[in-house]
Design a protein around this ligand. Sequence first.
Ligand code: SAH
Length: 459
Amino acid sequence: MEFVKNQIVTLTIEDIGTNGEGVGRVDGFTLFVKDSVIGDKIEAKIIKLKKHYGYARVEKIIEPGKDRVEPLCPVASRCGGCAIQHMSYEKQLEWKFNKVKNCLERIGGLEQIEEKMEPIYGMKEPYYYRNKAQFPVGTDKNGKMITGFYAGRTHSIIETTHCYIQAEINEKILDIVMQYCRRNQISAYDEKTGKGVLRHILTRVGFQTGEIMVCLIINANKKKMKNLQELVDELCQISGMTSITLNVNRERTNRILGDRIISVWGQDYITDYIGNVKYQISPLSFYQVNPKQTEVLYGKALEYADLSGEETVWDLYCGIGTISLFLAQKAKKVYGVEIVSQAIDDARQNAKINGFDNVEFFVGKAEEVLPREYEKNGVYADVIVVDPPRKGCDATLLDTIVEMAPKKVVYVSCDPATLARDVKILGEKGYQVEKVSVVDQFGHTVHVETVVGLQRKDT
Ligand code: SAH
């Protein structure tokens, strides 16, 4: 069948695409339909055609999918943050579990993998779970300063101060900052002209400690923030306020933070815990955004590593050493490798404040550091943990891992497709999947985390 633009078609949504849009087929031709959920029977208007697929918009819901729900958030469909709030949380979890399962079967070539998969670990409360928010500041049509979130794919700001997946205290913080700026005529930054002062409002909350951080990112020097003490006095009324800072970013870039932090009130960092491990978090540090589920995820990594206290463990792609320190509680020695040097500074600092003397960190690419240390210094591993970015592990790294022949490999992944690709390679070289767990760290988004425990076949 030939399709044309603006044609109305009827279809049933069968899956969710990488950006959260519903996916369905008409006569075998794939259409991506925004704001639809699995099970919806809809009339849709084709808005864009490519050779092998197209995009369409919902015209009429003929029969809503049984898992369609009314989103809590009134701006859910316009905001670029939550992609699948229209889908019941149970269905989101089922979809994420199946996504991992399908990747492991189809790309990983693993038959009957479901037998090795634990039930998905979902959130008890899939709202207000994020500990970090970066709200862009701008101006509406009438020249009023506003804040909120970017709409999907653009930088136009959807005004909102209440976000259902962020810490609830943000609403109060945003109100205070907005009122202070309006009162003191502090302007919003304008991306188009590069003029204006306030760019972003960054907040972080330690969910275990209750400590709160506010950092205002400005395109100016501190003097432009007139009567700053007024703002400080009001923010300090919030219980838990620990750190107020400014960050200067004068570059015309999409990067949110500049390099320089100016102390305004309190300390320049907050502290929080994942499990029993304490972390110092500055505005510039990377830190997991959902610490509760991170504890579940790393708990699984630790369980699959099956440590007795005698092991030497490598944690590759270690970031600020979150997993390394988790493992250090049960291992003889842990080595961490990470490409970003500031992250390693944080990792070393975190090791120190927790009193771990059995961890050592390297700055560099995992695929360079591990082969070098293995060939030159003959390093050894009982267990190797990897937690790579979306593109997965480098082939050289997988080769070195296999040569080092650790008893166990624990693979933590934010992308099931590259995970499955790498697990297949490891499988061909002697590593067998023992257990899989899927953990939802990011409810209402399409992202999902997986931990796979692999064992060397001859052990
Ligand atoms: N395990 C950490 C971070 C995982 S995110 C945590 O749980 O917090 C992946 C990390 O890999 C990022 O910190 C990124 O900077 C780092 N990275 C990316 N490419 C890398 C490479 N080739 N070698 C080492 N680290 C790398």
